[in-house]
Write a protein that binds this ligand. Sequence first.
Ligand SMILES: C[S@@+](CC[C@H](N)C(=O)[O-])C[C@H]1O[C@@H](n2cnc3c(N)ncnc32)[C@H](O)[C@@H]1O
Length: 325
Amino acid sequence: MAPPSLFSKGTGTVPGLLLLAFASLALLIVLVFPSLTPSTTTTTGTCSCPTTAPISTTVEDVSWLKSQLLLNRLGDPPSTPEAWASARKGINPRTRQQQLNDLRKFKGISHYEEDEESHDHNNHTALLCPGELLVEEHHSNYGEPWAGGRDVFEFLANAAMLGPSDLVLEIGCGTLRVGLHFIRYLNTARYHCMERDELSMMAALRYEIPYNGLLSKRPLIIKGEDMNFDTHFAGVESYDLIYASAVFLHMPDTLVWVGLERLTPRLKTGKGRILVSHNIKFCSRLGSVECSRRLKGLGLEYVGKHTHDSLLFNHYEIWFEFKKP
Ligand SMILES: C[S@@+](CC[C@H](N)C(=O)[O-])C[C@H]1O[C@@H](n2cnc3c(N)ncnc32)[C@H](O)[C@@H]1O
């Protein structure tokens, strides 16, 4: 199905010549005043390349993918571990653990012989990454499939009606399962995060950001666990979206309230949204009257509860939305 067009209604009544004249004029304007063209495209040489990928997966995207599976006669996937194992036809197929052992033992197929301890390898490898991260063990850190990070991004970006120039703060971004998608979508330096776990931060900074080609996006990821945003997040403008994906349920209620108290003044009035996943027991445990009173005291309004489905596995997630009216 073609995307909706400005001329989708009543084109039959527009005389062909008039339409042609209009199209020529539009082309002339674009050629003479390139700065008037939409900011979602950039012209490099002869390529007019989109700079912003769409947020949502469309029905057409799903159909296209299914057509590619059909085209290549890729039927149902193997249904047992044995069938998966026998279907693995790669050269020297390995589990993550085997791959890590091999990396430690053989250091890859071709490698420089200098003593690793001497740091001579720095001459060849600008960002030497530990083997544990290279084999992506951290993709299994949270039990849920890594792919769920994309679902969360799509849901949140749509819920907050996010644009690339908006400013986003994630509380507890972990290994960037979700954050990566925001960093990719947002303009440079528009993604911030406070995370307490050192190993997760190592995976985020030493592997995910360089591996995903996102170094130029300069995300601000700061180690911290006390919900104190004064030092490293001082002077930043108001956030369009603040979210906590699978985080507040693991925190003491008092810390969540401290966080909300400090974050509400940093949330954009009207447009800004705070979204919290799984449950809001920090509030509901107080009883509905007290919960509403505390939120109101902070200047927050509960907007509602949402669910969103996963694209790749049978799963849905629950989110609670707040705004500063
Ligand atoms: C279940 S993981 C979720 C990670 C990520 N949000 C995601 O959806 O993939 C919870 C994360 O919250 C972090 N966390 C827990 N308490 C925190 C605190 N007080 N301040 C900052 N991060 C915290 C943990 O270290 C962990 O990385």
